[in-house]
Design a protein around this ligand. Structure first.
Ligand code: DOR
Ligand code: ZN
Length: 336
């Protein structure tokens, strides 16, 4: 069987910088028409100059591939209205991280004081700049996302015209919140559709599946699958593909992040086929994002075929993908 996806989009992607950027940018650009690039560099992307120069480095790294990097800024509560006006046409969204919650988020928001956040959120709402949020509290690791839901609700209620994207949701609580507020949307990763905490830590520890938010319970994965496989209109694919060098993963103090970009489309096709949902893949990996973000991606037709694909053990001797060394049942046949 062969299927064709029209302009697949990855709405949550870490491309890093330097050598890692050179390795991973072509891999996303090979099969995706565009991706929303996270700003958690060191230091983070916080100025117009940062956005412009990072975009240039990405375009250089992706080489001849046709791919649109949709840029983001790292949320800061001290951005001025003038600055937000000046940068709005060069970014697709602003990404908010709670301080210290994940990789390179030390400069994020502390305490979620609505008084402190309101000026910037108000301008974002007026300018129609979406807010993307890493929604976890500093609580017990399995409860962090569910505990964050009241903060999403507070933001959604106070800023009804602001598009708020709950990034990489992992719980049934986040899925339930989607339908309570018109302005709440979500991205869902590949790995959170495949794994629960059991695959990470139920047997021998699997560092390449360790990420934030951590994978949760079977009932959480079921809730995510339900909305993804049915292409609920408020969810979109965002891989959260987060490459780290092998020595940072296979180590005490393992870095959080699952590297999925190069295998994402075949692995999604496998999952959607197993669940009899292939007809909904186009909406999940492209159409919903176009509508939610109001974007018209470049034309790129990706043809996938259900024939065996042996996933590489490692890319450039540096970064290990999900399903490394395993065979999945779909592969990319052509990109046009
Ligand atoms: O697992 C993760 N890795 N979660 C995040 O939120 C950030 C990401 C990274 O940048 O490595
Ligand atoms: Zn991320």
């Amino acid at each position: 069987m062969v299927i064709s996806i029209d302009s697949p989009l990855d709405m949550h992607l870490h491309l890093r910088d330097g050598r890692m950027l050179d390795i991973v940018a072509p891999l996303s650009a090979e099969t995706f028409a565009g991706g929303m690039v996270m700003p958690n560099l060191v230091p983070p992307v916080t100025s117009r100059e940062d956005v412009r120069s990072y975009r240039k480095r990405i375009l250089k790294a992706q080489g001849d591939e046709r791919f649109v990097p949709y840029m983001t800024l790292f949320f800061r509560s001290d951005y001025t209205p003038e600055f937000l006006h000046s940068v709005k046409d060069e970014i697709l969204a602003i990404k908010l991280y709670p301080a210290g919650i994940t990789t390179n988020s030390e400069g994020g928001v502390k305490g979620f004081d609505i008084e402190e956040l309101s000026p910037v959120l108000g301008v974002m709402s007026d300018l129609k700049i979406p807010l993307c949020v890493h929604g976890e509290t500093g609580g017990f690791v399995m409860d962090r996302e569910a505990e964050f839901i009241p903060i999403y609700e507070m933001l959604a209620k106070n800023f009804p015209d602001l598009t708020i994207v709950m990034e990489h949701i992992t719980t049934k609580e986040a899925v339930a919140a989607l339908d309570r507020y018109d302005n709440l949307y979500a991205t869902i990763t590949l790995h959170h559709l495949y794994i629960t905490l059991d695959e990470v830590a139920g047997g021998l520890l699997q560092p390449h599946l360790f990420c934030k938010p951590i994978a949760k319970r079977p009932e959480d994965r079921d809730a995510l699958s339900n909305v993804a496989l049915n292409a609920h209109p408020k969810v979109m694919f965002g891989s959260d593909s987060a490459p780290h060098p092998r020595e940072k993963k296979e180590a005490p103090g393992c870095a959080a992040g699952v590297f999925t970009a190069p295998i994402a489309l075949p692995a999604l096709a496998q999952l959607f086929e197993r669940n009899g949902a292939l007809d909904n893949l186009q909406a999940f990996v492209s159409d919903n994002a176009r509508r939610i973000y109001g974007i018209e991606p470049i034309e790129k037709e990706v043809v996938l075929e259900n024939s065996p694909y042996l996933v590489p053990e490692i890319y450039e001797g540096t970064v290990v993908p999900m399903f490394a060394g395993q065979t999945i049942s779909w592969r990319v046949l052509s990109v046009g």
